[in-house]
Design a protein around this ligand. Structure first.
Ligand SMILES: Cc1ncc(C[n+]2csc(CCOP(=O)(O)OP(=O)(O)O)c2C)c(N)n1
Ligand SMILES: [Mg+2]
Length: 651
């Protein structure tokens, strides 16, 4: 880093000087004016020179021009060392210094600013992008109000264990920030808004502090368990010339941390239990952080010939593999290993909603004596307020550590622990699972054929007509919002890590549309074809992200699951009405009052079209589906987003 020349003027020197003057005796502005030395009198008839004319008519000169490099330029130097490709964000004055530096000094490349219409969309785009590419993005939000908008998307990223770098502009200096609106938008500690669901936050007070904290937040966010991180960035620090406090400024180099691994003694104990089990079952949720995780899991499963239940928050295990099985196998297990489960208790217990008291009933799914093993990095990241840690489950062998990073040592330990006397029994177990897998697939296909020709369109048909049009492409299912009975994961062959990116994490609705756009952006750059199943309720939280996709040429095929309602809630209210012996009041709609999105029906195809998308609909006849999706696929292949509005069965 070249040493910066000391600025002639900066905000803090100015403020310090003002404070000294103030301490010497309170002087009113009028007195201060009279106290100034008399300006030299010039003859009034002289024509104004260029300098005087500019001073009288032009825009005021910005101090940065003559006082050295603005702080935010140095911040861009720091950001550029970290290989961050995009900044999806909504603009705001509290970060205008950084904004101006990103697009002018930084030439709007690495990172490139993408215009977002909601802060929640900015965060969710970062969320989806990371899951498609394994690379974090940063977003910038406006003080208190922008961060309040962003908060739910931050919570989703937290629950989904995804790194997002969030910078919040904030005018901290109460004495010198602009009064009125900017002060309404400032906070003493804006990070408090998201502190309960971020891994780390900071408020740098110098340029060097920014450099340390930015590299630190990148490192913390990208060390498993991943998570969002927050930085409040003072408006003044962005604007004032960079100062080095007598020491050369430097940018700390980023080196990734090795992920934490399960304790070796515990790994051996787990291997001993698995190798000796009659019916071991492997359950995974966010196990495969990378494609290598999938390969490792296949190796472990085949070694043990154990069924694998993929809970699906990532693509962990090929659903076409004969060891892929549904959750019903959990009840038969004598040893269960859960890897990166978001809810171990819910995995081994059943919960029935709405019992006689209106509360739930719990039923254990386990056979007596079943041993439980866990590897989870999230055990290293527990906070108190938000309940994403779920119910407490007693575990026999618990390893706080990253599952993917622990798998190589677990595989070695299992190899050593399997005695020759077990090998025949293990192979035989595999044959039984293979038969059950084949039978299960037949059952799924039969269920999918039910109401194949129905109008509105059945969700199984919606998914299979979509698949038929994309199956020969290098497709990536970036999100399925709403509930389509899990047909995609049951019927589409998920054989690569990017085929399925998982759900929102915190189940905060409004993730599907923006996360799909973010993931499609990542997939675009990797040459993959992105498809989403887009529900109506989810889209209407922040539909402006459709414009962002069109504006920035992000190709995405969005096939709508438009069931004209918040169907999840339809069922809750309907079931409770039944339970209370009442007829649900549906008003003039199809579902209980407050749960339908109809009368008027939203013309989603027109909404998308108005924001620059190719769009068609509403499709009610299933026979029209295939030809329309085919057209849409061609549009997406040409580089544009396309939406097909399909009126569907509830789920
Ligand atoms: C931010 C937020 N608000 C409300 C809910 C409650 N909620 C859960 S599912 C759901 C319905 C979503 O509708 P849609 O996306 O159309 O999916 P559908 O249930 O109709 O398949 C709602 C409102 C939520 N999970 N998150
Ligand atoms: Mg819906």
């Amino acid at each position: 880093m070249p040493k910066e020349t000391a600025p002639k003027f900066n905000r803090r020197n100015f403020l310090a000087a003002a404070a000294v003057a103030g301490a010497a005796g309170a002087v009113s502005p009028a007195e201060a004016a009279t106290a100034l030395p008399e300006p030299q009198r010039l003859p009034s008839a002289l024509p104004p020179n260029a300098h005087v004319a500019a001073a009288e008519t032009g825009a005021p000169e910005m101090p940065a021009q003559e006082n050295g490099k603005p702080g935010s330029d140095f911040m861009v130097d720091v950001i550029k060392t970290l290989d961050i490709k995009y900044v999806p964000a909504n603009p705001a004055s509290s970060y205008r210094g950084l904004h101006e530096s990103l697009i002018n000094y930084g030439k709007n490349t690495m990172p490139e600013f993408l215009t977002c219409m909601h802060e929640e969309s900015g965060v969710a785009m970062c969320h989806g992008y990371f899951k498609a590419t394994g690379k974090p993005l940063m977003t910038v939000v406006h003080g208190v109000v922008g961060l309040q908008h962003a908060a739910m998307a931050v919570y989703n990223a937290w629950c989904d264990r995804v790194p997002v770098l969030i910078v919040g502009g904030n005018d901290l200096d109460a004495a010198h920030r602009a009064p009125g609106v900017p002060t309404f938008h400032s906070g003493q500690d804006i990070n408090a808004i998201v502190r309960d669901f971020t891994k780390w936050d900071d408020t740098p007070v110098s340029a060097q502090h920014f450099a340390q904290s930015f590299v630190r937040m990148y490192k913390i966010a990208t060390t498993p368990p991943y998570g969002p991180v927050m930085m409040a960035l003072d408006g003044g620090l962005q604007m004032e010339p960079v100062r080095d406090f007598g020491e050369p400024l430097y940018i700390p180099k980023f080196f990734p941390s090795a992920p934490p691994q399960g304790d070796l003694a515990a790994v051996r104990e787990a291997a001993r239990l698995l190798a000796g089990a009659e019916r071991p079952v492997i359950v995974v949720d966010r196990m495969a952080r990378t494609p290598n995780g999938v390969d490792l899991l296949v190796e472990l499963a085949e070694l043990l010939q154990a069924p694998v239940v993929d809970q699906g928050n990532r693509m962990n295990f090929p659903n076409t593999h004969y060891l892929s099985r549904p959750p019903t196998v959990i009840g038969q297990a004598d040893v269960i290993i859960g890897m990166e489960l978001s809810d171990y208790w819910g995995t081994v217990n059943g919960f029935v909603d709405n019992d006689n008291n209106g509360f739930g009933q719990n039923v254990s799914k386990l056979k007596p004596g079943t041993k439980l093993i866990s590897i989870s990095s999230v055990d290293l990241l527990t906070k108190s307020n938000y309940q994403d840690f779920q119910r407490f489950q007693s575990i026999d062998v618990s390893m706080p550590g990253d599952a993917e990073a622990t798998l190589p040592s677990l595989i070695d330990a299992v190899k050593s622990a399997i005695g020759n006397d077990r090998k025949d029994a293990i192979a035989k177990r595999g044959d039984t699972v293979r038969q059950a897998h084949a039978k299960g697939l037949d059952g799924i296909k039969q269920a999918a054929a039910i109401a194949w020709d129905a109008s509105p369109v059945s969700t199984a048909r919606l998914l299979m007509e979509t698949y038929a049009q994309i199956k020969d492409l290098d497709w990536s299912l970036v999100s399925t919002s709403g509930n389509t009975s899990n047909w995609a994961n049951r019927l589409w062959p998920m054989e690569k890590h990017h085929r399925w990116l998982g759900a929102s994490g915190g189940y905060g609705i409004g993730y599907g549309a923006p996360a799909s756009v973010g993931a499609a952006l990542g997939n675009r750059d990797l040459g993959r074809f992105s498809v989403s199943i887009q529900s109506d309720g989810d889209l209407m939280f922040a539909p402006g992200v459709l414009w962002t996709a069109a504006r920035h040429k992000i190709p995405l095929l969005a096939v709508m699951h438009n069931n004209r309602g918040y169907h999840q809630e339809v069922m809750h209210v309907q079931r409770l009405s039944n339970f209370r012996n009442r007829v649900a009041n549906i008003g003039n709609d199809l579902g209980p009052i407050g749960t339908s999105i109809m009368n008027p029906d939203i013309e989603y195809h027109k909404l998308a079209e108005s924001m620059g998308w190719w769009a068609k609909g509403p499709i009610t006849d299933p026979a029209d589906l295939g030809p329309t999706i085919k057209e849409a696929v061609a549009v997406v292949k040409s580089g544009q987003p396309a939406l097909v509005n399909v009126v569907t069965q509830p789920r």
